[in-house]
Design a protein around this ligand. Structure first.
Ligand code: CP
Ligand code: NVA
Length: 304
């Protein structure tokens, strides 16, 4: 069997994603009723972090243990990865000692070089360009609350970052629409997002117009990890791109609000929204655990 990686959202087909969602629902149910399920006993996950994380580390590490396997955490500070060992060499070695690898790093090219030299599946735990595990969890959460996402409208307000790019890819794979509003000069770069076309997204200068009649309104920090030097400038440029109660009022009545977290209340989102009745951010965060368990099961065992 050829190795399957999950480096960007469109590495999986619609059929595979639907299968993973089905498994995630089953795995979640088993977990909630304290049923032991250990399909990955004796399997080892290596997690490599070049950037900070709470949710991604916790959900992968706990998820692997709950499936009967074990997880090892490496970071750039105290491994040879931070001292210039070529990514290709690290991939050769790490993939001979483990069964699956998750990486959080900077450029997408780093994870691609790792995967090209890996004997085992590689999962993207966030790069500058994409965050595919996040959007798997987000769409799974949408489906739990509202049913199929096909044909629905997602409003993305703020920076056209890794999370935004991944929403755009997901819209192509699962056939829904994304209305994007970014400040001028922060617009979507379709090439960087690796999109096939522009059929599934529309850009709006006015964030209120993007949010209008949306089924889901979502945003993310104004400054992503690795771009901290731009923080002050971004605070000014993004000041009108806060998701607040007025913006939620123009969305559909039953619209959901999501944020991948960590959030900055009073910047990209008002406290009354993230802590209000439309918000499903805690379900969204929890679902990282369940969908990633289903993803690891699929990448290691195929359809069971
Ligand atoms: N959403 C997310 O990936 O969170 P962490 O940075 O805490 O992993
Ligand atoms: N866009 C954010 C997501 C954090 C989970 C970042 O890259 O920092």
């Amino acid at each position: 069997m050829s190795i399957k990686h999950f480096l960007q959202f469109n590495d999986l087909t619609r059929d595979e994603i639907e299968y993973i969602f089905e498994r995630a629902a089953w795995i979640k149910k088993q977990f909630k009723s304290y049923q032991q399920y250990w399909p990955l006993s004796d399997r080892t996950l290596v997690m490599i972090f070049e950037k900070a994380s709470t949710r991604t580390r916790l959900s992968f590490e706990a998820g692997m243990q709950q499936l009967g396997g074990s997880a090892i955490y490496l970071n750039t500070r105290d491994s040879q990865l931070g001292r210039g060992e070529p990514v290709e060499d690290a991939a050769q070695v790490i993939s001979r000692m483990s069964d699956i690898v998750m990486i959080r790093t900077f450029e997408q090219s780093i994870i691609e070089r790792f995967a090209a030299n890996s004997r085992v599946p590689v999962i993207n735990g966030l790069t500058n360009e994409y965050h595919p595990c996040q959007i798997l969890a987000d769409i799974f959460t949408f489906i739990e609350h509202r049913g199929s996402i096909q044909g629905k409208t997602v409003a993305w307000i703020g920076d056209s970052n890794n999370v935004c790019n991944t929403w755009l890819q997901a819209a192509e794979v699962l056939d829904f629409n994304v209305h994007v509003s970014t400040p001028p000069e922060y617009e979507v770069e379709p090439e960087r997002a690796n999109l096939y076309g522009t059929d599934h997204f529309e850009e709006f200068a006015d964030p209120m117009m993007a949010a209008k009649d949306a089924d889901l309104v979502t945003t993310d920090v104004w400054t992503s990890m690795g771009f901290e030097a731009e923080n002050e400038e971004r605070r000014k440029d993004f000041a009108d791109w806060q998701v607040d109660a007025d913006m939620m009022r123009v969305a559909k009545n039953n619209a959901l609000f999501m944020h991948c977290l960590p959030a900055h209340r009073g910047e990209e989102v008002a406290a009354e929204v993230i802590d209000g009745p439309h918000s499903v951010v805690w379900d969204e965060a929890e679902n990282r655990l369940h969908v990633q368990k289903a993803l690891m099961e699929y990448l290691l065992l195929g359809k069971v």
